[in-house]
Design a protein. Structure first.
Ligand code: ME8
Length: 510
């Protein structure tokens, strides 16, 4: 059975979940659900990044210990993901003992392999990025991402010999063209490598909130250096070699574009240094923008509304869980930047969901209930809807497999459009009851069944409801995809009733 291991970045436990982090998590969840649907053995990991100066500062500011603070924040992420129907298999916290154990074993392996040495670090640091800068990589002494003042740092630190991996990384990229997608982001990662790699300071002495360095009591690991290892902790690195061997060769990271250097340069080099192969694939996505600005928690420009102020739960309360999931998946292709707006959600809701999908289900169930005695008929083998259905199945499967939920949904909505057009052309609501009407309805019910299967990774609850409305039991995700996603599987005889709209239209002042 094929396997699929997918991760999100682990989010900093210094703030609350927001629409930006929800974007990554919903996309990852839909991709994981797709892989479960097609029968892959799937593991989906998310979690919280709980060390570092930023988290320690936030805890102190709120009068709490870092542990109390991260307990609270981590729970907020779990609550937000529950509200968005995120079905993760594991939620990792970097303060867990299992993580300490893996980090210490992984870094000791790098140390033993001779890639860690002691030196003095002197330079600039951005607490928001938890990243080092030089005067050349700063913008007039300020952080190029956050615009805030950089801290001058001078410490005796342990360093990772990243420079030793330049050639090996170039070779890895050449041998694995699909290592980082999309191609533009791969080129960005490669240009970091081609620009020359400097060794990295990987420990700190000025803070104590971190994973202790096993060979030197005075140091804790620099937060990025422990955080990246979470992806291996969760599959048992240092504790269960069989699990690592099982999951690592089919591992995929979904990340935002601002953390390419960490995931596509540092992390593969760290894995090489520890004697384990790099992750098999990194899928990079763009930023959701609000008024042209990244919706990040640290970029507060005076008075501006920030996406970080928008809790996912506010949106799900207003529009429903699946409509928000749909919007996040459908509006912005993974890899591009996209605009986030209330108007955009409303437009998708009213057009794609209420007018297209909702209307299709309502029309068909109403006609069957009122003109066909509420009894469903099987589709025809030579139905005009068969070709558009087969195209939608093929294109949508290809897109889901290719980390493109937006295109997958676009292909599925192609089938919804073709079915609505077919119904408009034949106007079954005006047809006389009889064999011809029954056959047309059988075709339309089959198209709806297939739409529910193809959309279930995006809108699991709505698709389950559609399933029920077309007289089927269970849920589309219970089916064996390779058997059920074939034209002609819908059986005659189901009872169908008229029911409430799936997506009542919403007004723009909603
Ligand atoms: O970087 N649009 O955590 P973080 C789209 N702890 N995605 C967004 C976004 C936006 N406006 N804002 C945030 C960290 N994200 C580290 C990661 S991994 C070993 C350590 C998403 O809380 C996007 O996925 O700052 C981005 O990469 C992530 O949140 C950053 O989350």
């Amino acid at each position: 059975m094929p396997r699929f291991y997918l991760t999100t970045p682990i989010y900093y436990a210094n703030d609350a979940p927001h629409v930006g982090t929800a974007y990554t998590t919903v996309n990852a969840d839909a991709l994981a659900r797709w892989h479960r649907l097609i029968g892959d053995e799937t593991k989906f990991l998310t979690g919280t990044d709980e060390h570092g100066q930023k988290v320690a500062d936030a805890a102190a500011k709120n009068g709490q210990s870092p542990q109390e603070w991260t307990d609270l924040k981590s729970q907020q992420f779990r609550d937000a993901w529950a509200a968005l129907d995120i079905q993760y298999d594991d939620f990792i916290r970097t303060t867990e003992p299992r993580h300490y154990e893996s980090v210490q074993k992984f870094l000791t392996a790098i140390y033993d392999n001779g890639y860690i040495y002691k030196d003095t670090y002197k330079g600039l640091y951005c607490v928001s990025c938890e990243d080092y800068y030089t005067i050349e990589t700063s913008v007039e002494g300020k952080c190029p991402i956050h615009g805030r003042d950089l801290i001058e740092m001078e410490e005796e630190n342990w360093f990772f010999r990243l420079s030793a991996f330049e050639e090996q990384l170039k070779e890895h990229y050449a041998a694995h063209p699909g290592f980082v997608t999309p191609e533009t982001k791969r080129n960005e990662a490669l240009s970091f490598i081609n620009g020359g790699l400097r060794d990295i300071s990987i420990t700190r002495t000025s803070i104590s909130w971190g994973v202790p360095v096993p060979w030197d009591d005075a140091h804790v690991f620099y937060v990025w250096y422990d955080a990246l290892i979470n992806y291996l902790t969760a599959i048992g690195y240092g504790r269960d070699d069989d699990e690592v061997a099982k999951w690592w060769p089919c591992s995929h990271h979904l990340i935002g574009k601002e953390i390419i250097r960490f995931h596509c340069v540092w992390w593969p080099a760290m894995c090489m240094a520890a004697g384990i192969g790099p992750v098999s694939h990194v899928q990079v996505h763009g930023w959701l923008l609000l008024g042209g600005q990244k919706l990040s928690k640290t970029m507060a420009s005076e008075g501006a509304v920030r996406l970080t102020d928008i809790a996912p739960i506010e949106l799900t309360n207003e529009f429903g869980v699946d409509p928000i999931r749909y919007y996040l998946l459908r509006e912005t292709a993974l890899g591009n930047d996209g605009d986030f707006s209330h108007e955009g959600i409303l437009a998708r809701y009213n057009t794609d969901l209420a007018n297209n999908l909702g209307n299709l289900v309502a029309r068909v169930t109403t006609v069957v209930a009122t003109k066909c005695d509420g009894v469903a008929t099987a589709p025809r083998g030579d139905s005009p809807l068969r070709a558009p259905a087969e195209l939608a199945i093929e294109e949508s499967a290809k897109a889901w497999n290719g980390f493109a939920p937006q295109s997958a949904l676009e292909a599925t909505w192609g089938l919804i459009g073709a079915t609505n057009a077919y119904l408009e052309q034949l106007a079954p609501w005006k047809m006389e009851p009889g064999a011809e009407l029954n056959a047309v309805m059988g075709d339309a019910l089959e198209a709806i069944r297939l739409v529910a299967i193809l959309s279930t990774p995006a809108m699991p609850k709505v698709c389950e409801e559609i399933w029920r409305r077309i007289g089927l039991s269970g849920a589309p995700s219970d089916e064996v995809f390779s058997v059920s996603a074939i034209w002609g599987q819908y059986r005659s005889g189901a009872t169908i009733q008229k029911s409430e709209p799936l997506f009542p239209r919403m007004k723009s002042d909603a």
